[in-house]
Design a protein around this ligand. Sequence first.
Ligand SMILES: Nc1ncnc2c1ncn2[C@@H]1O[C@H](COP(=O)(O)OP(=O)(O)OP(=O)(O)O)[C@@H](O)[C@H]1O
Ligand SMILES: NC(=O)c1ccc[n+]([C@@H]2O[C@H](COP(=O)(O)O)[C@@H](O)[C@H]2O)c1
Length: 173
Amino acid sequence: MTRGFYIGRFQPYHSGHHALVEQIAEEVDEVVVGIGSAGDSHTARDPFTAGERVMMITKALEALDLTSYVVPIEDLNRNSVWVSHVQSMSPRFDVAYSNNPLVIQLFEEAGVEVRQSKMFNREELKGSEIRERMIAGDAWEPYVPDAVVDVIHEVDGVERIQRVNSVDDAPTE
Ligand SMILES: Nc1ncnc2c1ncn2[C@@H]1O[C@H](COP(=O)(O)OP(=O)(O)OP(=O)(O)O)[C@@H](O)[C@H]1O
Ligand SMILES: NC(=O)c1ccc[n+]([C@@H]2O[C@H](COP(=O)(O)O)[C@@H](O)[C@H]2O)c1
């Protein structure tokens, strides 16, 4: 039995993330999705709370025939012990999936196998692009799983990101 660990901020969880989980599911028996920067929310870069991201991912993964666990993981101001922190919060895993250079380095130094993945339609399936679309009032719904559309509507997510973005942009004096 092998279990994979896939970490990201998932702001929001989009169809590129989902395609990758489907690929991971072909390689391992179970998947842990780690929600990184779990303490961050209500900013233009990180608009959604950990709980909202748990809902997005849990509901999107319901469509897959897969045993999965969704685990929020807060950041730690100490990279050298971050892998231990992750391991303390997650079900035991055999392999980590990431394309983030720091994440890869930290896992490899800790002796954890890391698999990098191909990017799916990265032009459009990118969190920052999808957040920009929300801020601009453009269509974002085609780029996330249907379950994520429902969650973002339920939490008034577009209004949230537009509001925090206007605060971020406000003059400081
Ligand atoms: N389109 C995609 N296809 C495959 N993997 C992806 C895709 N987008 C992101 N990933 C991977 O998912 C993991 C988590 O990414 P993350 O949550 O930062 O998404 P992102 O789209 O890069 O968002 P942001 O633009 O906010 O940084 C990273 O390892 C990243 O490389
Ligand atoms: N010291 C730390 O807290 C630490 C180190 C490496 C990665 N992380 C987190 O892991 C996640 C990696 O996800 P991304 O690949 O989406 O950037 C982020 O939330 C990032 O903040 C945290």
